[in-house]
Design a binder for this molecule. Structure first.
Ligand code: AMP
Ligand code: MN
Ligand code: MN
Ligand code: MN
Length: 276
């Protein structure tokens, strides 16, 4: 059985390694099929593709699209898209543009609680001028000594309800799914266990996602416990969705799971790659 990892990040978004270095590490760790899924960005794919060809592994064209659904931010992973499709490329460019202005507002919100220079500090960690994320603020806040670890920054400063959080309108679920499908790809609901949704709201999300043309649920993720993997496997079966698997790796020392370090999918689900 080939080893799949269908969710990870490079310096084109908030990862710490270049696309080539991500591919190199994935290959060294025994990954056979890797999807690079930078936030709202396809720019790292050519470099990743070349590196994958050199290492003899398969690179899947991916991205992770930021979506506003009801009052929540959710992520939709795109797999096997045509990166040259204009509808997808234009849509992602529009999503990225909103990030720069949001970053200014995050800086202002942090200044209001006495943290100065956060915007400039975050920009020092930005590795693609097209893509600034909360992760870059998190790295600055750790460096500046406000918190010990990146994950605690979110709890104290950057998660919803915390002083550095600013509301932001991403794209709609319908648009994200339709861009992906128009570009010939599959839409995967990323790490559903991370969304603070009631059971009813989760079923509503899964139902809408399916109705709009969604293909799969990310069942295996570094954000999920084993119990959550089983729970989302059950949801996937009930909603007629396939199952995906991705580490969501961002860099050495920053992620819970390394590239390729995923268990087998729970029994009874259809792996998303069986539809390829
Ligand atoms: P953004 O898309 O700019 O809102 O940033 C979201 C990114 O922040 C995610 O893709 C993760 O990389 C990171 N992130 C969000 N929540 C957490 C958390 N609790 N711990 C660590 N990283 C997080
Ligand atoms: Mn990220
Ligand atoms: Mn995500
Ligand atoms: Mn991700």
């Amino acid at each position: 059985m080939p080893r799949y990892d269908l969710h990870c990040h490079s310096t084109w978004s908030d990862g710490l390694c270049t696309p080539a270095a991500v591919v190199e590490r994935a290959a060294a760790r025994g990954v056979d099929v890797l999807a690079l899924t930078d936030h709202d960005e396809l720019g790292g794919l050519p470099e990743a593709r070349a590196a994958a060809a050199e290492r003899g592994i398969t690179l899947v064209n991916g991205a992770e699209i930021s979506v506003s659904w009801e009052t929540h931010t959710i992520h939709v992973v795109a797999l096997r898209v045509d990166p040259g499709h204009p509808g997808l490329a234009d849509g992602l460019a529009a999503v990225r543009r909103g990030r720069s202005e949001r970053a200014r507002r995050i800086g202002d919100a942090l200044a209001a609680v006495g943290i100065r220079g956060a915007y400039e500090g975050a920009m020092k960690y930005v590795t693609s001028e097209r893509l600034v994320s909360r992760t870059h603020f998190a790295r600055f806040l750790v460096e500046a000594g406000y918190v010990g670890e990146v994950k605690d920054v979110f709890k104290r400063y950057l998660a919803r309800g915390k002083p550095g959080y600013v509301a932001h309108q991403w794209t709609t679920l319908a648009d994200a799914v339709s861009w992906i499908r128009a570009a010939g790809g599959q839409a995967v609901l990323a790490h559903p266990g991370r969304y603070p949704l009631s059971p009813t709201a989760m079923r509503r999300l899964l139902g809408e996602f399916r109705e709009q043309g969604g293909d799969a649920v990310e069942v295996l993720s570094s954000s999920h416990t084993a119990a959550q993997a089983d729970e989302y496997a059950t949801h996937a079966r009930r909603f007629g969705l396939a199952a995906s698997a991705g580490s969501d790796w961002h860099g050495p020392g920053e992620s819970w799971l390394d590239l390729g370090a995923l268990p087998a999918l729970p029994a009874g689900v259809e792996p998303v790659w069986e539809r390829w």
